[in-house]
Every structure is written in structure tokens, then in C-alpha cells.
Design a protein around this ligand. Structure first.
Ligand code: PLP
Length: 359
């Protein structure tokens, strides 16, 4: 056998592998997974039925153009069909956006810490990540981000609300930032958690996209709509960005099951958004509980909270796990904890209380 191995692209060296949130302990009676910002509610019966019906024909390829879903989205958001592009989760669409805009020598600007896929998908394309630290309050530093844009910048992510801090940027500051971005740089407003926002000063990215050809909005069915396991997200973007997304899509990436589930979810939106409302109430309860215990918690607008624990991150995460809740540690920085079912949130609050008292 030859000693040689296939030559791989040098850019792949050193790219961290995406770390999924750890699953809850198998078989643990009270193990809760609060590590991946998933929706704790099981599928709605109607959504499950539409997926089950679609399962009878999975010997066939799905509709590559996602015609039914794109039609629904076009109506729901009041945007032309040609401005919509679907993909395998919004992370799939984010990767396509980078492939469509950025290669070796190009720069992709984003806040840090933010969604951990950004550096990975940037470097896979051979582009250079430019990470702009969050402010001390864990919010995007939009002035510093505007200053980080050079003539090599091709794409800027604004994660609103930001994962993992839950913080937001509001209308005035975001519009001021967009005014400073050159028209040939694509700004991607990643709104994976949009439905959890209750602050009216946080703009809907779709409204910003309407007036600005270089703005693209990313949305997902994984969080508020509870379809994380089916992998479907979408972008709303002007031509030629939307056309470039159709070119970079993996053919048949979005399964028919995912398409039918997404359509059924849009039709059951009232019920699903009712569940989001309950999670928002739980979020308030968790944040107030943590603050009453003495924690400093940034105001969160998503389905998770962020505790900046620094060197105590690993210990805190281990304490949670010992009591049956799995959280998402970012070692040396902090812990992100998803708002889950009330019982899970209760266990988490109990652990955080005990940990706080022992500090
Ligand atoms: C900010 C942000 N964007 C995008 C995604 C990707 O979600 P999905 O690919 O499931 O749509 C996530 C998932 O955690 C996220 O936090």
C-alpha cells in the first residue's frame, strides 16, 4: 500500500470541528438537554402527520426548488419568490453565502464571541475571519465592526440576538451601521432566534432588507418552530444574492419531510408562537431567578441565557450535569443555558443557587 495520503487543502488545518451541545445522559430519568437551544416541545400532531405522510414516498428525491415552501414563505413575508432560498438549516445557507462571496484573500467580519459556525465556514472557504470583540456588556460593537471593514471584506454577519449571549442590537444603531457598510459588502442578519424577541426597538431584518440590496436575512425552522432535526432554514435576499444561493445549494438538500413539516408549521404558526410565548415567560422567570441569586445576566432576547463564569465555567457545567442538566460550556468564558421545560429550568435554578452560595 502506498505511504501517500490524499492531498487536502491547507486551509482545513486547524479548523475546529463544530461542537454540538452534549446530549442528556442516556436513560437518566431526569436528564435535561439545555445545551443546543432546541425547542423542548415535541412536534405538534398536525406537523407530525404531514411528515409521516411524506415518509411514504422517501424513495423519491424531494422537490429541489422547495416550491410549496417557497410559495408559503413568499406570502408570509411579502417577498418575491425569487428572493427566497432554502437550505439545510440556516447554517447550511450561511455556508452557501460565504461560498458565494468569499474565497482566499477575502475577509468575513463578525462579532466574537458569536455563533461558533462562523469561523468554521469562513475558513472552509479559504477566507479570513475578522473577529470583533463584543462590548464589555456582551453586545455587538457595531462601531468597531464598521471600522474593521476593509476593501477585502466581502461579508459581515450580525447575529441578532447573538448566540451565545442573547443580546441584541437595536434599530437606530443597526441602521447607522448599515449606512456605513459599502454597498458591495453583503450584510447577513442572522435571525435564528427572531421569534423570541419582545423588544419593539429591535428591528425585523426583513424590513431592513426591503430598503437595502446588500442586506440578507437568515431564518430557521429549527428553534421557534421546533424542527431542528429536520434541517430547514432559508434566506431572504435580493438578486443576485438569492440567485447565487440557488447555485451553491447542495442539490436536493432539503428533504421532502422537512419541506412538508415547514409548510405545516407555518400553517400552525399561532399554536407554535403560543409555545414561544410560554418559553419567553419561562425566560423571564429564569433571568429573574438568577438575578435574585446574585448573578449578573445580560438581557437575553433568545431562548437561552448566558452566564459569564470565566475560570469557573467547567466547574459550573459539571455541577449542572451532576444534577441532570446538560448545559453548553465555552471553557474559560461562560456557560450558555437553553430555556427548556419548567422542570429543567427548576433544576438549573437550584444548581445555580447552590453554586452561587458556595462562591
Ligand atoms: C445564530 C445561529 N444561527 C444559525 C443557527 C443554525 O441553525 P440551523 O442550521 O438549525 O437553522 C444557529 C443554531 O444554533 C444559531 O444559533
Amino acid at each position: 500500500m502506498s505511504e501517500m495520503s490524499p492531498r487536502l487543502r491547507a486551509e482545513l488545518e486547524g479548523i475546529p470541528t463544530y461542537k454540538p451541545g452534549r446530549p442528556a445522559a442516556v436513560g437518566g430519568p431526569d436528564a435535561y438537554k439545555l445545551s443546543s437551544n432546541e425547542n423542548p416541545y415535541p412536534p405538534l400532531p398536525g406537523v407530525l402527520e404531514s411528515v409521516t405522510a411524506a415518509a411514504s414516498s422517501f424513495n423519491r428525491y424531494p422537490d429541489m426548488a422547495c416550491t410549496g415552501l417557497v410559495n408559503e414563505l413568499s406570502e408570509r413575508f411579502g417577498v418575491p419568490l425569487s428572493h427566497l432560498s432554502t437550505g439545510t438549516g440556516s447554517v447550511g445557507v450561511a455556508q452557501q453565502l460565504i461560498q458565494a462571496t468569499s474565497g482566499p484573500g477575502d475577509e468575513v467580519v463578525y462579532a466574537w464571541r458569536s455563533f461558533e459556525a462562523y469561523p468554521i465556514i469562513t475558513r472552509i472557504s479559504g477566507a479570513t475571519p475578522v473577529e470583533v470583540p463584543l462590548t464589555p456588556g456582551d453586545v455587538h460593537d457595531l462601531d468597531a465592526m464598521a471600522e474593521a471593514i476593509t476593501d477585502r471584506t466581502r461579508l459581515v454577519f450580525v447575529c441578532n440576538p447573538n448566540n451565545p449571549t442573547g443580546t441584541v442590537v437595536r434599530r437606530t444603531e443597526l441602521e447607522r451601521f448599515l449606512d456605513r457598510v459599502p454597498g458591495d459588502v453583503l450584510v447577513v442578519l442572522d435571525e435564528a432566534y427572531r421569534e423570541f424577541i419582545r423588544d419593539l426597538e429591535v428591528p425585523d431584518g426583513v424590513e431592513l432588507y426591503r430598503q437595502r440590496p446588500n442586506v440578507c436575512v437568515l431564518r430557521t425552522f429549527s428553534k421557534a418552530y421546533g424542527l431542528a432535526g429536520l434541517r430547514v432554514g432559508f434566506a431572504i435576499a435580493h438578486e443576485p444574492v438569492a440567485a447565487a444561493l440557488r447555485k451553491t445549494a447542495v442539490p436536493f438538500g432539503v428533504s421532502q419531510l422537512a419541506q412538508e413539516a415547514a409548510i405545516a408549521s407555518l400553517r400552525a404558526e399561532d399554536e407554535l408562537l403560543g409555545r414561544v410565548g410560554s418559553l419567553v415567560c419561562e425566560r423571564t422567570r429564569v433571568v429573574e431567578g438568577l438575578r435574585a441569586q446574585g448573578w449578573t445576566v445580560p438581557e437575553t432576547h433568545a431562548n437561552f441565557v448566558w452566564l459569564r463564569l470565566g475560570e469557573r465555567t467547567a466547574d459550573f457545567s459539571a455541577a449542572c450535569e451532576e444534577h441532570g442538566v446538560v448545559v453548553r460550556p465555552f471553557l474559560g468564558e461562560g456557560v450558555r443555558v437553553t430555556i427548556g421545560e419548567s422542570e429543567a429550568n427548576d433544576v438549573f435554578l437550584k444548581v445555580s443557587e447552590v453554586f452561587r452560595k458556595a462562591l
